[in-house]
Design a binder for this molecule. Structure first.
Ligand code: DAT
Ligand code: MG
Length: 150
């Protein structure tokens, strides 16, 4: 089953939106397989955002993501990588559709609440970066037959 890496950024935690954000993934029908509340080191933040190293916003992004605790998670479900990106919405919250997390809760790109892996391969890399294998819990929710056909 497909997995993705989801991070509630420091603004989401500070604004008390962690519960509501987690709820959206739960009610969609996705399965939580890993979760930790943590501070992010500069080293981890720089590895996570390595593709943006040359961008003008990189320093600010690292400063922001290390500025307070985050909720790091791994979620599982059919087609979850692309579906999670849809639930999250466009990078700029002002362009994000209402009904998406960024569209409903955010106003600026530098405070857009949440990260989600952008491709299956990226998800694999990010999960490996943030989680040890033994921190992930493989389980079968009893609801599964009501979410998926045989
Ligand atoms: P996404 O988080 O939607 O995958 P991204 O990978 O292009 O977006 O950028 C990573 C993060 O960097 C994004 O969530 C917020 C920040 N960011 C992106 N573009 C920015 C910009 N033009 N100014 C400030 N921050 C930006
Ligand atoms: Mg990205």
């Amino acid at each position: 089953m497909e997995r993705t890496f989801i991070l509630i950024k420091p603004d989401g935690v500070q604004r008390g939106l962690a519960g509501q954000i987690i709820s959206r993934f739960e009610t969609k029908g996705f399965t939580l397989v890993g979760m930790k509340f943590m501070n992010v080191t500069k080293e981890l933040a720089e590895k996570h955002y390595d593709v943006h190293r040359e961008k003008s916003f990189f320093a600010g992004l690292i400063q922001f993501i290390t500025s307070g605790p985050v909720v790091a998670m791994v979620w599982e479900g059919e087609g979850i990588v692309s579906s999670a990106r849809k639930l999250i919405g466009a990078t700029n919250p002002l362009s994000a559709e209402p009904g998406t997390i960024r569209g409903d809760y955010g106003v600026t790109v530098g405070r857009n609440l949440i990260h989600g892996s952008d491709a299956i391969e990226t998800a694999r890399t990010e999960i490996g970066l943030w989680f040890e294998e033994e921190e992930l819990v493989s389980w079968q929710p009893t609801l599964t037959t009501w979410l998926y056909e045989d």
